[in-house]
Design a protein around this ligand. Sequence first.
Ligand SMILES: [Zn+2]
Length: 49
Amino acid sequence: MSSGDFSIHTETCDEFDDGMPISSLPDEVTSIDDLDCECWSGFESLDDI
Ligand SMILES: [Zn+2]
């Protein structure tokens, strides 16, 4: 997994226009389960992003 790769989110995500941050994650996001789009489903945890 590449670190800080948010391009997957911007390129294919329906949620992108919803204002989901792409360069950093909000403080309230503490686990992968807090990310409500499918982009991150390939990651085991936030540490892998
Ligand atoms: Zn997304």
